[in-house]
Ligand binder design. Structure first.
Ligand code: NOJ
Length: 587
């Protein structure tokens, strides 16, 4: 796409008006900068690339751009390891480029949300460098340092202070020979956890956030923010987690997820940083329960606006966890999402299928065969976007982009996948079996370059992309989608329009229909003063017939959006849907 050149993105533009609660009718578009658009041919996306393609996002009707981290970083975890919270990594550009991006976003009437990654920093952050310089360092207590397990020699297997397994394989503890203690890292060893018990840490984070608000950003997506409060014993000790028989590591999550001071810390952040700012705050909260989510999002408690919960994206995890995917049983998904819709009826949900950590939904729960890819991508979009909450679209989802199809470990770049592969092979696992487990679920599925056109590197770069482009970019690409009125792109655009034009989509209460049906996802949204909205979707590659008792009027009502213009008319309360056909009806 040729970017329009008429916009003066160097002029400083005022921050758009932010009415309290503006995000209730908003759609958020997530940009993963390293994979979005490369403007200088080094194979890596950058800020200028984003500026050049902002009109794509604006035309899609998104209201907010969420930017995954662009801060200075050694890139051990693609920028989720930050060594300077107040600078841009040179691979993405400069602070001035970021100012131009903020202005260009605002000029298009959109808002910009930054990623806030403060459960941990990089081990190359000056705070950590100072902390590790010695046990008497003034910043020693900014991180979590502990002596070896009593009776053990530091650095020896089993001497770690607890048996916790890191999210990225191995122990959560790294031995520091020079200062004779271990430091905690729930993620990679280059991502040491900050010690939120220390008020100086919290003050430094608040000051940094205020600095970004002054720079014009409109909100924060808070990375794993429900891991910041660890359950320290009175002596500062941390307990071992339960370990499966025959495994070396245990599950420490009961001692660091939704910890004892989590709500207090977020309430304090609200008070110190954004009480009067009317920004968007979304807390990424793995392992969050509905009960905790209600507390996080209750407006009266003044913590955050919404959370990313993980229950629905765990429904297809098998006995071996995320690397052991099994087919989704549709009633499980419906019941789970309905529980969140009803459970947060007085609060607010975020709605998502995809992000930079999840495989592509059309490959996961849709049907990415040539026959059904477009319809299944549209139908998945429909059932998600017509629910109550703020929808998040991950780059390429609006094109129906699919999983990467990688077949060799050399194709992968993601630290989580690579560490898992190495750890499994160390335990004697069959490489082919491990690869087969990684392929459908690896985070790299989401991270292949954005497919702008059918040229050799998909219009992402003129150089060599940092990770392989999906070969299906010859068909699946933005240029083709924008030309085709029947594309996933235009379907998503209409979904966003419906949110902006129909109050019932924003505020209507949710009722699940046919909970046990194994093919069809159907629900209503009702709001006083509005006709009822009915969503009925065949989530399978076979035709489906349903009877919707008492909903004949809605079935015969106005068709707001459909995947199939030639769909069969309802016969009273009975409706037959083609594979992956869905309808949004008002009546
Ligand atoms: C969650 C982020 O979404 C993920 O990409 C990252 O690896 C971890 N947090 C650690 O920051």
């Amino acid at each position: 796409m040729t970017p329009p050149r008429h916009l003066d993105t160097t002029a400083s533009t005022p921050v758009p008006d932010r009415e309290p609660g503006w995000w209730r009718s908003a759609v958020v578009y997530q940009v993963y900068p390293r994979s979005f658009a490369d403007s200088d041919g080094d194979g890596m996306g950058d800020l200028q690339g984003i500026i050049d393609h902002l009109d794509h996002i604006a035309e899609l009707g998104a209201d907010v751009v969420w930017l995954s981290p662009i801060y200075r970083s050694p890139q051990d975890d693609n920028g989720y390891d930050i060594s300077d919270y107040q600078d841009v990594d040179p691979m993405f550009g400069t602070l001035e480029d970021l100012d131009r991006l903020i202005a260009a976003v605002h000029e298009r009437g959109m808002k910009l949300v930054m990623d806030l990654v403060v459960n941990h920093s990089s081990d190359e952050h000056p705070w950590f460098q100072e902390s590790r310089s010695g046990r008497d360092s003034a910043k020693r207590d900014w991180y979590v340092w502990r002596p070896p397990r009593p009776g053990h020699t530091g650095g020896e297997p089993g001497a770690e202070p607890t048996n916790w397994h890191s999210f990225f394989s191995g122990s959560t503890w790294e031995w520091d020979e020079a200062s004779g203690e271990y430091y905690l890292h729930l993620f990679s060893r280059k991502q040491p956890d900050l010690n939120w018990e220390n008020p100086e840490v919290r003050e430094a984070v608040h000051a940094m956030m205020r600095w970004w608000l002054d720079r014009g950003v409109d909100g924060f997506r808070m990375d794993v923010i429900n891991l910041i409060s660890k359950e320290f014993g009175p002596d500062g000790g941390l307990p071992d987690g339960a370990a499966k028989p025959g495994t070396r590591y245990g599950d420490g999550s009961p001692f660091y997820m939704n910890g004892p001071r989590n709500h207090e810390f977020l309430h304090e952040m609200h008070r110190e940083v954004y009480a009067d700012a009317a920004i968007l705050t979304v807390a990424e909260t793995p392992g969050v329960t509905l009960e905790h989510a209600r507390l996080f999002t209750d407006p009266a408690r003044r913590e955050v606006d919404m959370v990313f919960q993980f229950e629905h994206v765990g429904l297809d995890h098998g006995p071996g966890g995320k690397w052991d995917l099994s087919p989704l049983y549709l009633p499980d998904l419906k019941l789970n999402l309905a529980a969140w819709q009803e459970g947060l009826a007085d609060g607010w949900n975020s709605l998502y299928w995809n992000n930079h950590d999840q495989p592509r939904v059309v490959s996961r729960w849709g049907d990415d065969s040539p026959e059904h890819r477009v319809a299944s991508a549209k139908t998945l979009g429909t059932v998600l976007h017509m629910m109550r909450g703020t929808p998040y679209v991950y780059q390429g989802e609006e094109l129906g982009m699919t999983n990467a199809g990688f077949t060799s470990i050399e194709d992968y770049r993601d630290i989580e996948s690579l560490n898992h592969y190495r750890e499994q092979l160390e335990h004697g696992a069959d490489p082919a079996a491990v690869l087969a487990g990684i392929a459908p679920v690896s985070r790299d599925n989401a991270r292949t370059p954005m497919q702008w056109d059918d040229s050799p590197a998909a219009g992402f770069t003129t150089g060599t992309p940092w990770i392989a482009v999906n070969p299906n970019h010859t068909e699946v690409n933005a240029a083709a989608a924008r030309r085709d009125p029947g594309s996933v792109f235009h379907h998503y655009r209409r979904l966003h329009e419906l949110r902006h034009t129909h109050d019932v989509v924003v505020d209507g209460s949710f009722r699940l229909l046919l909970p046990e049906h194994e093919q069809v996802f159907a629900y209503t949204r009702t709001l006083a003063g509005s006709p009822t909205l009915l969503v009925v979707a065949n989530m399978s590659s076979q035709p489906a017939t349903v009877t919707l008792a008492g909903l004949a009027d809605q079935l015969a009502g106005e068709v707001l959006l459909t995947t199939h213009d030639d769909g069969a008319p309802a016969q009273g309360e009975e409706l037959t849907l083609a594979p992956w056909e869905s309808r949004v009806l008002l009546g």
